[in-house]
Design a protein around this ligand. Structure first.
Ligand SMILES: CC(C)(COP(=O)(O)OP(=O)(O)OC[C@H]1O[C@@H](n2cnc3c(N)ncnc32)[C@H](O)[C@@H]1OP(=O)(O)O)[C@@H](O)C(=O)NCCC(=O)NCCS
Length: 191
């Protein structure tokens, strides 16, 4: 389902201590991508305040990392109490990396994470004009509903399976190693 990535980098979960990199990524989005991401034009203060609140939202954040920086990201945010089994997802890919399959890969990770957490309804809000987001949502059998200029995509992840749980665990281990390497890159001078 997810297609080959033609760009460098790796996709992994971000640690809370790396959320500033996510904030930097959101601030780097060009005006149009930022409007598509937040559903309206927002300024830097709005983006920084949003990133500050991330820890309280209990989100899972995936980042696509290139040279230690986040160049694309996806958030899985639970809605209500866990018993509701509902969550919202949001995506952002910096302009020069768009249309390379990263958004599709991020959505695949988000759907699997949702599945492993007994989330049976995953919502994605986007502007009606955002055909690219709708195109990737359709790859995951999303039901798209139009609502006053917005489109709400609803995906119903299947139940967790030992393989889906194992796969996420293995990727988290790999992600930890990559995070350590990113940290090393930051603190050790180039050889
Ligand atoms: C929307 C977004 C997340 C998609 O990520 P991406 O990495 O660019 O998407 P991918 O490369 O994985 O897939 C894009 C798909 O859309 C298709 N597409 C591109 N432009 C399209 C258009 N105008 N109409 C229909 N389909 C389109 C591509 O052909 C591709 O499908 P394919 O894989 O079958 O060829 C990214 O472009 C982005 O961050 N945009 C700005 C922020 C945003 O819109 N966020 C979503 C709201 S939360």
């Amino acid at each position: 389902m997810a297609h080959e990535q033609s760009v460098p980098g790796t996709t992994r979960k971000l640690f809370v201590t790396e959320y500033h990199k996510y904030c930097d990524h959101l601030l780097r989005l060009d005006g149009e991508s930022r409007r598509m991401r937040f559903g309206m034009a927002v300024d830097d203060t709005f983006v920084s305040d949003y990133a500050q609140r991330l820890k309280d939202m209990k989100s899972i954040v995936y980042g696509h990392m290139v040279d230690g920086d986040v160049c694309a990201a996806a958030e899985l945010r639970p809605l209500g109490t866990p018993v509701h089994g509902e969550a919202e997802a949001a995506f952002s890919v910096e302009a020069k990396y768009q249309n390379s399959g990263i958004g599709t890969e991020l959505l695949a990770r988000i759907v699997r994470s949702a599945r492993n957490r007994s989330i049976h309804r995953l919502y994605m809000n986007c502007l009606a004009e955002n055909r690219r987001m709708q195109a990737i949502a359709k790859k995951f059998d999303a039901v798209l509903e139009f609502d006053q200029g917005d489109v709400i995509g609803r995906v119903a992840p299947s139940s967790a399976h030992y393989f889906s749980i194992w796969r996420e665990a293995v990727e988290d281990e790999m992600g930890f190693v990559m995070a350590v390497l990113d940290l090393q890159r930051k603190f050790l001078p180039a050889a």
